[in-house]
Design a binder for this molecule. Structure first.
Ligand SMILES: Cc1ncc(COP(=O)(O)O)c(C=O)c1O
Length: 401
């Protein structure tokens, strides 16, 4: 398994680096980087507008990458895929377009979970300031799953949007969204933030039955570049994009314009063509590691190993789920008497990269007794040796208290 590490040049160039921050962003395999360099040296050009050779080739590669994405999440048409800059941008584009299209009105309600990432809270708060919608937060139950009773109580006839994360970037519990879509009415739009699930599991959009799904690919071997799936072509056609320019518009006069067809209507800007094209190789890399099966098997192995080691240290508290089945290979922890930022600093002094503080879920942390945590996140290039090194430094920290 540890062979995968060799595919990632960052570790050749930083042999002592122990990278435990992959949920923030993942490292890139040489397959992706070499392909990108080759593309930039041989084929790079503008797309959509020109007929010369490299532009046509680039356009084909761009569309091929969308076709891969469509197949990957089991949707029928690549035209339902829209590329934006990242998840944050995607949800902002969606909320502002919903606003512009008047799909929400005063006192309509939006349901979120109490562990949403700021990216899926702030755009709704902005809408609340402008059109007076209500926002309610569904609580977690004792096992850190969605509290379905609380959901049922809050899901009244005023709810027009449900926007939930699939996997929380705080608790790392995988939410069972089946119960949500099963009880969802036709007058409600169901949005899923898959930013943390896509790096670890395959998503079948037909089974998940949501209306919009958004995620980011820089957490899965490609760079800071993302797509949004606006599932359900019908909804996409009804939505007006909140900003636009040529290419998103099919004709323009002094006093009039018409929108282009989907997906162009939502891709007004010059695309990040090279990184879209690089996705083709990120997929190839996933295929090379036998899709998610190997990832999942290895993940379970490292989770067990980590949890087993953790048991020995009574003053390190793993917060939220300690369930080794319905969780990802990410661990949020606190150490008695230590500020999480200090722990992260001491680890950084020893070349160990982790993340600390409120993990972009400020309102959640502000409402509970734990005010911050530090987080270890593993990926395919991590090994048991990395986990051992992490605990060796933790022992030093504890001993020097
Ligand atoms: C659950 C969740 N949603 C959204 C985001 C925002 O992603 P991006 O930085 O690509 O905008 C993150 C990033 O960590 C996340 O964990």
């Amino acid at each position: 398994m540890s062979n995968f590490r060799e595919d990632f040049p960052i570790f050749k160039n930083n042999p002592n680096l122990i990278y435990l921050d992959s949920t923030a962003t993942s490292q890139k395999p040489s397959l992706v980087m070499d392909w990108l360099k080759n593309y930039l040296e041989t084929t790079y050009s503008s797309i959509h507008r020109w007929l010369y050779d490299i532009s046509e080739k680039s356009e084909k590669l761009y569309n091929d990458s969308k076709k891969k994405v469509a197949k990957f999440i089991w949707t029928d048409s690549y035209k339902e895929i829209i590329y934006t800059y990242n998840s944050t941008y995607a949800i902002n584009l969606l909320t502002s377009s919903i606003w512009l299209s008047k799909q929400l009105k005063k006192w309509d309600k939006v349901l979120l979970t109490e562990v949403e990432h700021n990216a899926n809270i702030i755009p709704w708060l902005i809408l609340r300031e402008n059109i007076w919608i209500d926002i309610e937060y569904v609580k977690l139950d004792r096992n850190y799953n969605l509290d379905l009773d609380d959901f049922k109580n809050k899901y009244d006839e005023k709810v027009k949007i449900i926007s939930f994360t699939h996997v929380s970037n705080v608790t790392w519990q995988i939410f069972d969204l089946e119960e949500i879509w099963k009880s969802k009415r036709d007058d409600t739009i169901f949005i899923v933030d898959a930013s943390q699930s896509i790096p670890h599991m395959q998503i079948n959009i037909k089974k998940m039955n949501c209306d919009y799904l958004f995620f980011t690919w820089h957490k899965v071997f490609a760079d800071t570049w993302i797509w949004v799936l606006w599932w359900k072509e019908k909804l996409l056609k009804e939505l007006k994009p909140s900003f636009s320019w040529w290419w998103a518009i099919s004709s323009v006069g002094d006093n009039c314009f018409t929108y282009a067809k989907i997906p162009d209507k939502f891709e007004a800007w010059t695309q990040n063509i090279s990184w879209a094209v690089s996705l083709l190789k990120a997929f190839e890399y996933i295929e090379y590691i036998w899709w998610y099966e190997v990832l999942e098997k290895y993940e379970n192995e490292l989770v067990e190993y980590f949890l087993d080691k953790l048991k020995k240290y009574k003053n390190i508290k793993l917060i939220w789920s300690n369930d080794s089945k319905n969780r990802l290979w990410v661990f949020s922890m606190v150490i008695e008497w230590f500020h999480s930022n200090d722990v992260a600093d001491l680890l950084a002094d020893n070349n160990i990269a982790v993340r600390s503080w409120k993990h972009c879920a400020h309102s959640f942390f502000d409402n509970i007794w734990i005010k911050h945590s530090f987080r270890v996140s593993l990926y395919i290039y991590n090994t048991k040796d990395d986990i051992d090194s992490f605990f060796n430094i933790i022992i030093k920290i504890l001993n020097n208290k």
